[in-house]
Design a protein around this ligand. Structure first.
Ligand SMILES: [Zn+2]
Length: 324
């Protein structure tokens, strides 16, 4: 008798939890786990060729050993001759974006003017270089565009700045993206004015996939949820959100090797499993490269449901950014 009262109470409690929405399906789904996360292929959707130590052969070897299918989704600073060797050796395993070097150099030389004034010669030069790369297939997208990076970019010339996202020059960049069906990767800090400007761009260019570099860098999970709910062309790369650089504050850390630091991020990834990708971003050595891949596997993929982990690891990037 006592036993059946207990069962009845537990059943009532379970019904109550279901009725009040506690424990949604995604929350109760089993996670992938570390062992399986170590085996997943990864498509690296935020990668920079680092000229100080990377060579094409060593990069390919490292990608093979770490089960990285392809790398790209962001730009580079190296000169064209050097990049040509990477393109030749790596073929479709390198899917770089263009315009980062041109945009950083334009700002280092001329400040904000080329970005605010479309008739500035440096703006025209930047746009023609981007278009040339999109036309001949060297560029698979446009970026990484450092739009609002005042506190979250390396202290290098031209990299730290705050520009209007919907300026005539950036609109011209988006015109190119629309014309060549190219995604745009943008690094923005989550200031209210920047987000407002970006929303105007998202509304004006619904056919252009926008990848938020580092998922908006200083954004909260709630910020990203709100944006993804409103705009179907917004995607997010989770690179650099373990916060490895000194200029990151702890509040922006989404995951570490130990797992999610903020559960709401896990929830938003499970709510929008088709929008998130991973990336290794800039590293200073091969050992750091290996460490970052390990953190992505153990700290992020292992803690997602198996279906979502596969999408975030490579399926989304392959679908959105064309790598196979
Ligand atoms: Zn980057």
């Amino acid at each position: 008798m006592r036993h059946s009262i207990l069962i009845a109470s537990v059943t009532t409690l379970m019904l109550f939890y279901q009725a009040t929405g506690h424990g949604s399906e995604a929350d109760n789904a089993p996670v992938l786990g570390a062992d399986k996360a170590m085996e997943l292929p990864i498509s690296d959707a935020h990668f920079h060729v680092i000229p100080t130590f990377m060579e094409p052969d060593a990069l390919l070897k490292m990608m093979d050993s770490q089960r990285i299918k392809w790398a790209g989704g962001a730009g580079y600073m190296a000169p064209d001759a050097r990049m040509a060797r990477f393109h030749k050796a790596m073929g479709q395993r390198l899917r770089l974006y263009g315009g980062q070097r041109e945009s950083v150099n334009a700002y280092a030389k001329h400040g904000a003017e080329p970005f605010e004034n479309l008739s500035h010669p440096a703006a025209a030069e930047m746009l023609s270089q981007i278009e040339a790369g999109l036309k001949d297939g060297r560029f698979k997208g446009i970026g990484e565009l450092h739009v609002n990076t005042l506190y979250t970019a390396p202290m290098k010339p031209g990299l730290r700045r705050k520009l209007p996202v919907d300026s005539p020059t950036f609109k011209a960049v988006f015109d190119l993206a629309r014309k060549y069906k190219a995604p745009v990767d943008m690094h923005i800090e989550w200031d209210a004015d920047t987000v407002e400007q970006m929303e105007r761009i998202l509304t004006s260019y619904p056919s252009v996939p926008v990848k938020l570099a580092h998922c908006g860098k200083t954004s909260t999970a709630g910020d990203i949820r709100a944006l993804m709910t409103k705009y179907s062309n917004v995607h997010c790369d989770l690179s650099s959100r373990p916060g490895k650089h000194r200029y990151h504050t702890p509040s922006i850390v989404i995951f570490t090797a130990d797992g999610f630091q903020q559960d709401d991020w896990r929830k938003v990834i499970e709510e929008f499993p088709d929008r998130f990708t991973v990336g290794i971003d800039d590293v200073e050595s091969w050992s750091e490269y290996e460490t970052v891949v390990g953190v992505i596997r153990k700290g992020l993929l292992a803690h997602l449901s198996p279906a979502t982990a596969g999408k975030v690891a490579y399926k989304n990037a392959d679908r959105l950014y064309g790598g196979q």
